[in-house]
Each structure stands twice: as C-alpha cells, then as structure tokens.
Write a protein that binds this ligand. Structure first.
Ligand code: NVA
Length: 367
C-alpha cells in the first residue's frame, strides 16, 4: 500500500488522495442553539430528531461508495472514516446533548493546509466529538508521513454564552435574518474562538474565511495566528439568511475564476483583492431543483458545491444540468456524479470530501 503524503494548498490543483465521508448511523440531532438557528423556518427538519431512517442511510452510503469508486477509477486514492456510535450523547462539563451528528461531511471538520490537517473547533454541540471519526486515518497519516502535522484547534466550551438568545426562535422571519446578516449579527457570540473547516477556502498563501453562524471573528483571528505565513481574509455574504459553510456560496474553480452564488454576492469592498489580481467572479448557474431533498439542512445551492479534480476537470452532481452546462461553457470537463440522495447527510460533492493530497505547492495568487 502506498504511503501517505499530506499536501494540499488550494481547491483546484490535481487531486490524488481524498477522504470521502460515510452515512452510517447519522442522526438528526436534538435541538440546540446553533443548529436551530440554521434550520430554515419552513424546513421539514424543524422539531425532528433521532437516527435517520435506515433506507436513507443505505441509499446515501451506496451513492458515497459509488462516488469513491469513481474517484478511485481516475487514479485518486480514497480513504474512508471509521464511524463512531453517533447515538451516544455528547456530554462535557459544560453541556449535554442527547445524540451526535454523523461522519458526514468531512469537509466541515478537517482543514488541510499544506502538510497540516487541522481539526476545527466546530460550533454545534452535537459535532463536538466528530473528529473521532477521522482519528484512525489521521493517526495512520501521522505514522506514514514524517512531515504530516496533525493539529487540533482548542475545543470550545459551547456554553449558552456562545449563542445569541435572539436567534432562539423559529419565528424570526427572513427579513430580520437578512438585516442581521448584513449587520454581521450572527447566532454565535464572540465568547471564544469558533470555526468550522467548511467556512475556509484555500487559495495558496491566502485563506478566505466566511464570518457567519459557524465561524466567529475570534475563530478567524485564531486561524490568523495559527497560520502566520498566510494572509487570512474574513468575508461575509449579506444575502444569505442562514450563513454557514462557504462552499455553496463561493466556489473557486481554477486560478483566476470563482463562482459566486448570485443571491449571496460578495460585497464590493471584499471583491477588491480578487479584481486587483485579475480574478473573475462569475454568478453561478441556477440550481436545477426548487427545493432540497427531504430532511436536508442545506439549500438548493448545493448545485455549486462541486469537487474540482484539477483545473480542467470538475465533479458536478448529475441532476444539476444548469451547473454542468455552465462548467462546460467555462471550458471544464464535467464528471457527473449522482449524489442528491446523500445531500440530507450534510452536503454535496465538496462537503462530503476532505483533501489529503493535491499536487503543487503554496503559490501567491494575490501578490
Ligand atoms: N450554507 C449552505 C451550506 C452548504 C454546504 C447552504 O446553502 O445550505
């Protein structure tokens, strides 16, 4: 078996080794402040919790296995996590919640920067122990790659002081939510550093981090101090009433080209660094669906949650016809992947993976 080298500096260099999540034993967790703030007010998720129905777990696993096989066939090494028992409660001296979440999606928890994989703090109580699903792999990488840096951000306490009580209502309404998003008033407070790995996009020397529900300013400052050789940029998208995880909002495809969700436009002042360096920010194509699948946390914009295999090749969900057409027009070869039946488990093609190795080194794209 080939030994591991951990190395990945951006979202588009040729992918050679990746982790793909599993749906085993995934749960809809019980109510808790950060999670409730994210569930859309008209969602079928409201008030539900418990183990996800077995037929949906089986279907999602079939799709994830098939995606893993598709990647393997293209010469990409694929590793899979080892699910812990997500039915167990999560209890610390500071909080208790009656179940956990799952080992999907890995992108939320693991941030690969160069030869480092960093376990994010996370901001939901039900996801506090989620890193344990990936520990067998990270231990293996540590044994095999003498340069691998396995890091974990300080575990947060996640007491009630981490959450603004104003968000603890299911009757806030979109108008108010949009006003709060524009004011950068999010559910998480600045009590302690919080970030999810899926709020971070890697552009070589630059890390672009979404300030929103799952990542606060202290989390961004923590990343800045942790990666002193990087420039860390906070971004926010005022058009998003439920701002978590950047990868259905802002999607770099190759050096010089980014797709932006047209309803969640990057504000002008934050576009400057891209435009000054000749990067084009294009509106993403519309999703092919009007609603997310049942029991799904995410929006229909998982259409733009694509996995770039190299600067000329991109995996797009197979039913997302408009997104596939747009990729084609942009000169990318499209690899269609069936994944919609796994969306409910936490996201699309970018979400359900985490980079281990992409060819290439740390470049400065914004000199
Ligand atoms: N905020 C996102 C999550 C995507 C991974 C959404 O549009 O649902």
């Amino acid at each position: 078996m080939q030994k591991t080298t951990v190395n990945s500096w951006n979202e588009w260099d040729p992918l050679k080794h990746v982790i793909v999540g599993r749906a085993d034993d995934c749960h809809i967790p019980p109510a808790e402040p950060a999670l409730d703030a994210k569930v859309p007010e008209d969602s079928d998720m409201r008030g539900q919790w418990g183990r996800r129905p077995q037929d949906t777990i089986d279907e999602a696993n079939e799709l994830l296995d098939a995606f893993a096989a598709q990647l393997t066939k293209r010469g990409i090494r694929v590793d899979r996590p080892t699910p812990i028992n997500h039915a167990l409660p999560a209890t610390t001296p500071d909080f208790h919640t009656d179940s956990q979440f799952g080992c999907m999606p890995p992108r939320d928890v693991l941030l690969t920067v160069g030869s480092e994989i960093l376990e994010a703090t996370m901001s939901y109580r039900c996801r506090w122990f989620e890193y344990l699903n990936y520990r067998p792999l990270l231990q293996q990488y540590w044994e095999e790659d003498p340069n691998f840096r396995h890091e974990a951000a300080p575990k947060p306490r996640l007491t009630d002081a981490d959450y603004h009580p104003d968000y603890l209502s299911d009757k806030i309404g979109t108008e108010k939510r949009l006003q709060w998003a524009a004011e950068k008033f999010f559910v998480t407070t600045e009590e302690e550093p919080l970030f999810d790995a899926a709020d971070v996009l890697r552009f070589g020397r630059d890390l672009v981090v979404q300030h929103g529900f799952t990542t606060n300013l202290k989390g961004i400052e923590w990343l800045r101090r942790h990666f002193p050789d990087h420039r860390v940029h906070a971004v926010n998208f005022p058009g998003d009433p439920y701002p978590i995880h950047i990868d259905a909002t802002f999607t770099p495809l190759r050096p010089g080209l980014i797709l932006n969700n047209p309803g969640r436009r990057l504000p002008d002042d934050q576009r400057k660094m891209f435009e000054a360096n000749g990067w084009e920010i294009k509106d993403a194509a519309q999703p092919a669906h009007n609603t997310p699948p049942p029991l799904c946390y995410s929006s229909t914009w998982l259409s733009m949650n694509v996995l770039v295999l190299d600067p000329k090749t991109v995996c797009v969900e197979a039913s997302e016809v408009y997104q596939m057409e747009q990729m084609d027009r942009l000169g990318l070869e499209v690899v269609p992947v069936n994944l919609r039946g796994a969306y409910a488990f936490g996201g699309g093609l970018h979400c359900c993976t985490a980079d281990v190795y992409r060819e290439g080194s740390c470049e400065d794209y914004f000199p």
